[in-house]
Design a protein around this ligand. Structure first.
Ligand code: CA
Length: 240
């Protein structure tokens, strides 16, 4: 596993690098946004750890650019600021997770493992876990193929980030059942999660924008206020 760290504070960058190298990850470090973006676009990395505050092109601009180019590289965003607005903004721009400075090595390792696990489970499909390879809404509109990692809404091919993909898969897999915030967070983000309902709000909004015909009046991904979310309607599961 190869991880790119984009962070201008050398102390923080070397703390992260030491921690990750001790876990046998290969680590590359870039200290400004332009270099970081160029390195990320080379496509050699399994994860990007990106600081929000960078000289030149900042973390938000790097994120925007990567996602605009449809890169699905998992991104863990770092910031010194802990406001909810920043957090939502970062997730909105396409980060998969968020870590507020200062953080411990244990927290860093847990987030890195969770990000990599999500990415690899969506990449490898679900052949090994015995779960369906194809999920399709009964009306035929929404289609997910886990093997090809393909999503279609009507006649459109939809590009989802690994986290969005896994969230949609969970919702479709348990269609008709209300999934609580906690159970969705644990299933999609990992067992370390459960309280981050704001992650879900952001990701559900993004998913609706990508897959719903009318995102503001969703037909499939329905909010159960105070409880969680449900995929409305039946889903047909099959194997290829
Ligand atoms: Ca910084």
């Amino acid at each position: 596993m190869r991880i790119l760290v984009v962070e201008d504070e050398t102390k923080v960058a070397s703390f992260i690098q030491r921690g990750l190298e001790a876990e046998h990850y290969t680590v590359d470090v870039a200290s400004d946004g332009d270099t970081g973006l160029a390195r990320a676009l080379e496509g050699h990395h399994d994860l990007l750890i990106l600081d929000l505050m960078l000289p030149g092109r900042d973390g938000a601009a790097v994120l925007r650019e990567l996602r605009a180019r449809r890169h699905t590289l998992p991104i863990l965003l770092l910031t010194a600021r802990a406001t909810v607005v920043d957090k939502v903004r970062g997730l909105d721009l396409g980060a998969d997770d968020y870590l507020t400075k200062p953080f411990s090595n244990d927290e860093l390792q847990a987030r890195v493992r969770a990000c990599l696990r999500r990415a690899s489970s969506s990449e490898n499909g679900n052949e090994s876990s015995g779960q369906p390879e194809i999920l399709q809404s009964e009306d035929g509109y929404l289609y997910m193929n886990m093997v090809k990692r393909q999503v279609r809404a009507g006649d459109r091919d939809i590009r989802l980030t690994p986290t969005e993909f896994e969230l949609l898969r969970q919702l479709m897999l348990y269609a008709g059942k209300v999934l609580t915030h906690r159970s969705l967070l644990r299933a999609v983000w990992g067992p370390e999660y459960g309280e981050e309902a704001d992650y879900l709000r952001v990701y559900v909004r993004q998913l609706r924008l990508k897959v719903e015909k009318e995102p503001s009046n969703p037909r499939y991904i329905i909010t159960e206020p105070g409880i969680g979310y449900v995929f409305r309607g039946n889903v047909v599961a099959q194997n290829v």
